[in-house]
Design a protein around this ligand. Structure first.
Ligand code: GLN
Length: 215
C-alpha cells in the first residue's frame, strides 16, 4: 500500500510520521508524476489559500479531478477538507468538489479561538477522540450521499465521509490517537481489493474491516 501526502504547504510531515507508525509506505507529493501508483492521498492541514495557489501553479487541479474519477481514496484534514468541498462559503478558492458538501473556512474565529475537545466518533468506538481544532473550518451542509461521522455538541458537523473520501475539520495527525488514519487505511485497503476483484459487494460500508498492520 502506498499513500501520498500532498506536500506543497502545511503539516504533511505529521501525516507521514503517523503513516510510518502504521507501517505504511508514505511519500510526499510535490510533483504531478508522484501521483502515479498511489493507493490513497492525504490533503494536510495548513493554509488552504496557499495550498490552492500552489496547486494551481503546479497544474495539480486537472490531475486531481481525473484521479478522483478513479475512486482514489482521499482524506483531507482542516485546510485539506476545505479544498475537497464542492462549495466553499465566502472564499475565492476554486473548489475541487471531491465531496458533496459546503464548508466554511475559519469558522470558529481567529487563531486564538483554536481549541481541543474530546469528540465522539461513533464509527471509531466509544472512546472519545482527542480533536485539535486550529482556525478550523466546519461543514455547513452535506448532500444525500455524505455520511456524517462526527458533530460537536452544538450540532456542528466536523467529520464526514462520501464513499472513499474522508473530510476531517480537525488535526488527527497532531496527536497520538491513530484511529482516524487507521480508518482511512481500511477504506484504502477495501478499495484496493475491489480494484483487484477480490471483493465485490458492500465493501464501501463504514464498518467493513480490512486488516492492516498496526503497531
Ligand atoms: N484556516 C485555515 C484555512 O482555511 C485552515 C487551518 C488549518 O489547516 N489548521 O486554510
Amino acid at each position: 500500500m502506498k499513500i501520498g501526502v500532498l506536500a506543497l504547504q502545511g503539516d504533511f510531515i505529521e501525516h507521514i510520521n503517523i503513516l510510518e507508525r502504521l507501517k505504511v509506505k508514505a511519500i510526499s507529493v510535490r510533483r504531478l508524476d508522484e501521483l502515479k501508483d498511489l493507493d490513497g492521498l492525504i490533503f494536510p492541514g495548513g493554509e488552504s489559500t496557499a495550498i490552492a495557489s500552489l496547486m494551481h501553479s503546479f497544474n495539480f487541479f486537472k490531475s486531481f479531478k481525473e484521479l478522483v474519477q478513479t475512486g482514489l481514496p482521499i482524506m483531507g484534514t482542516c485546510a485539506g477538507m476545505v479544498l475537497m468541498a464542492k462549495k466553499i462559503t465566502h472564499s475565492n478558492i476554486p473548489p475541487l468538489g471531491f465531496m458533496d458538501m459546503e464548508v466554511k473556512r475559519n469558522a470558529f474565529g481567529r487563531q486564538v479561538a483554536s481549541f481541543e475537545t474530546e469528540l465522539i466518533i461513533p464509527t471509531l468506538g466509544e472512546k472519545p477522540f482527542p480533536a485539535v481544532f486550529i482556525r478550523a473550518p466546519l461543514i455547513l451542509d452535506t448532500g444525500p450521499e455524505v455520511e456524517i461521522l462526527a458533530s460537536l455538541d452544538s450540532g456542528t458537523i466536523v467529520a464526514a465521509r462520501q464513499g472513499t473520501k474522508l473530510a476531517i475539520a480537525f488535526h488527527p495527525e497532531l496527536g497520538s490517537d491513530l484511529r482516524l488514519h487507521r480508518y482511512f487505511l481500511e477504506i484504502v485497503a477495501t478499495h484496493k481489493l475491489i480494484g483487484q476483484g477480490s471483493i465485490q459487494t458492500g465493501a464501501n460500508k463504514t464498518n467493513c474491516k480490512v486488516p492492516i498492520s498496526v503497531d
